[in-house]
Design a protein. Structure first.
Length: 376
């Protein structure tokens, strides 16, 4: 009964004709990115970080594509994300919960077979307690704070846990992990300081596989690889080596439809606040995508068609953007045509730079009104 009601409330994927924009996710490129990271890491293993719905690209689809490459370990942020993903992944793969378990969520986490990242001695005690109540071993990951000051046990807590012979009763310690604060700056002294702190902390704990590197951490070299790395961004085509050539393939393409084209006369005010006014004559097109679709209102940007730049004019609206199409021959662009916002002419990282943010935020901001196309 519940199942039937659920299925009825899940809206069908809107067709291209009914939507204003198309988001194309190249699962073949994602898989190639996984292989590239895996070959750089070998014999260490690459997990898949698929929090925030796989950085906005669809966690279940992403996970299944990575599983086809042999990935059997996934990370999400919330217990709710893990519960939602478990049916899509089956019982085999490990799903680690980076934010740990909030008090009271232990039974649901255990029932879904999730592996919480225990970030404090309180979380450790609660999870141990859950194992005792269920009278079975529960998987656990322990995070230590090697210097980011965000999550994980402090050195003092690690000492206390290390001194308690019953600390891990009923738990199967799958992983000891920490997270780098400055991995995208290879020369930053914090990287080596964190690695050394991690060494010291994990030596006090029961032997378990270790994990330190995110995407950028993988490119810091072998000493950072340990047994498992946790790439997210690089899988999705974000450059893990800022300032150097991107070693990953692009995964995302975003195209918006032209709603309408028009010829604007000298002096015409364009968009909200008339922040732009036309000098000379100008051909404009209005695109069917706006800040409600996750395109940041701040910062200038442009669309592209066949490599030709179509600068934004005026403000980004909630559902639309006006662009100058004078650079393409008259009549070439018409209603319903698609123009590129993310793709070969403008990468996710380019968009991030233009809008004053990072590729992570560009992807996770992408809205839910697109027609989504999965390739590969
Ligand atoms: C998000 C996250 C990752 C993945 O980081 P990327 O930079 O996207 O590769 C890895 N580890 C932790 C703890 C995270 O929070």
């Amino acid at each position: 009964m519940n199942q039937i009601m659920l299925e009825r409330t899940v809206a069908p994927q809107p067709g291209l004709a009914a939507t204003g924009a198309v988001l194309t996710i190249d699962l073949g490129a994602l898989r190639e990115n996984y292989r590239r990271l895996q070959s750089r890491l070998s014999p260490a293993r690459a997990a898949g970080v698929i929090k925030a719905d796989g950085y906005g690209l669809g966690a279940a689809r992403i996970a299944r594509a990575l599983m086809a490459e042999g990935c059997d370990t996934f990370f999400v942020a919330h217990v709710s994300e893990g519960i939602e993903l478990r049916p899509a992944l089956g019982t085999g793969p490990a799903i680690h919960i980076l934010n740990g378990i909030p008090p009271g969520a232990e039974p649901d986490a255990a029932a879904a077979g999730l592996t919480p990242v225990l970030n404090s001695s309180g979380q450790l005690a609660a999870w141990r307690d859950m194992a005792r109540r269920l009278a079975r071993k529960l998987p656990a990951t322990l995070q230590v704070d090697s210097g980011m000051s965000r999550l994980g046990m402090t050195p003092g807590e690690v000492d206390a846990v290390a001194a308690d012979p019953r600390a891990f009763d009923g738990l199967d310690l799958k992983l000891v992990m920490s997270h780098l604060a400055c991995a995208d700056e290879p020369e930053h002294p914090a990287n080596e300081a964190q690695r050394l702190a991690f060494e010291e902390l994990r030596a006090k704990l029961p032997p378990a596989p270790a994990a330190l590197a995110n995407s950028s951490g993988i490119f810091l070299g072998k000493p950072y690889h340990y047994d498992l790395a946790r790439p997210g961004a690089a899988l999705y085509g974000i450059n893990p080596t800022p300032g150097r050539d991107n070693p990953m393939l692009p995964v995302v393409r975003l195209e918006a439809k032209i709603i309408q084209t028009r010829l604007l006369d000298e002096g015409a005010g364009v968009g909200y606040g008339h922040t732009y006014s036309v000098s000379g004559k100008l051909r404009a097109a209005t695109l069917s995508l706006g800040y409600a679709d996750g395109w940041h209102r701040r910062g200038a940007a442009a669309a592209f068609v066949g490599g030709v730049r179509l600068p934004f004019i005026g403000r980004v609206s909630m559902d639309s953007i006006i662009v100058d199409i004078s650079a393409v021959p008259e009549g070439r662009l018409k209603e319903g045509d698609l123009v590129e916002l993310i793709g070969p002419s403008q990468s996710v990282d380019d968009v991030a730079e233009l809008t004053g943010t990072i590729g992570y935020e560009v992807l996770t901001s992408l809205g839910h009104r697109f027609h989504r196309r999965y390739l590969g």
